[in-house]
Design a protein. Structure first.
Length: 255
């Protein structure tokens, strides 16, 4: 072996003692300590990770996260920008990654915000994609979009339209019902009774931003009735919990 090749091997594999390295040997022992980068933890432990740490930014968000950890049914009511949907989806991803649930079920009413967009092409998921975009955004923030598509292909993330939920029992699942203010009393009653064993359901919505006719939304009535049940958590977020642009909180207060 040439001197140049020996130097390259030393740089790549570390310095070996003469008994450990024989030029004609077929098998040799790798050095116990290799110079350069190692995947093993070093003395200076660094808290590095690609997954964002989920931390509450207000007292209301802390209450919501605490409720999701200890209750199997949580109703999160509050104005826009309080992080209801994001925290619900983030907790769902956290439970799935930890193996606490076997799948995530996302449901949202397909109601246009005051205008009709007509018929949409594609299959059921394609038709619902514009309505479920906020849920996809929250999912892609916690997971890569490639991972989201893979989990959906495996059935670990399921898109379940509200109209197709009747008769189902959702066991071992984390269910997120978003924009619940656009559900009627009958629809919410049907959704809440889908809860099965070893499952958690989080219902989010803003009673003051319903796209239904006045008096049709059943979210406020459902929340008032379920607030008396000790095992169910009803978290009411306020303007002080808004984490979007400060103007959002100012507008909510006057609109």
């Amino acid at each position: 072996m040439s001197k140049r090749s020996a130097i390259k091997r030393q740089l790549r594999e570390g310095v070996l003692d003469s008994p450990e390295f024989i030029q004609d040997a077929k098998v040799r022992r790798l050095p116990a300590r290799v110079g350069g980068w190692s995947p093993l933890p070093s003395n200076d432990e660094r808290d590095q990770g690609y997954l964002k740490t989920l931390k509450p930014k207000s007292d209301g968000q802390a209450e919501l996260m605490e409720a999701v950890d200890h209750a199997n049914l949580v109703l999160a009511l509050g104005p826009a920008g309080t992080g209801k949907t994001y925290l619900a989806v983030a907790k769902a991803v956290e439970a799935l990654e930890a193996g606490k649930v076997g799948r995530i079920v996302l449901s949202r009413p397909a109601v246009e915000a005051g205008e009709s967009i007509g018929f949409l092409p594609g299959d059921m998921e394609d038709k619902l994609a514009p309505y479920l975009r906020p849920l996809y955004d929250a999912l892609s923030d916690r997971l890569s979009m490639k991972r989201v598509k893979a989990l959906m292909a495996e059935g670990l993330i399921e898109i379940a339209p509200i109209g197709y939920m009747r008769g189902r029992t959702l066991n071992n699942a984390f269910i997120v019902v978003d924009e619940a203010q656009n559900c009627t009393y009958v629809q919410l009653k049907m959704l809440l009774t889908r809860l099965g064993w070893h499952s958690t359901m989080v219902v989010t919505g803003d009673p003051h931003q319903s796209d239904l006719l006045p008096g049709v939304s059943g979210l406020s009535d459902i929340a008032d009735r379920l607030e008396a049940v000790p095992e169910i958590a009803v978290v009411r977020l306020a303007e002080r919990d808004i984490v979007r642009h400060p103007l959002v909180a100012s507008m909510i207060g006057v609109l």
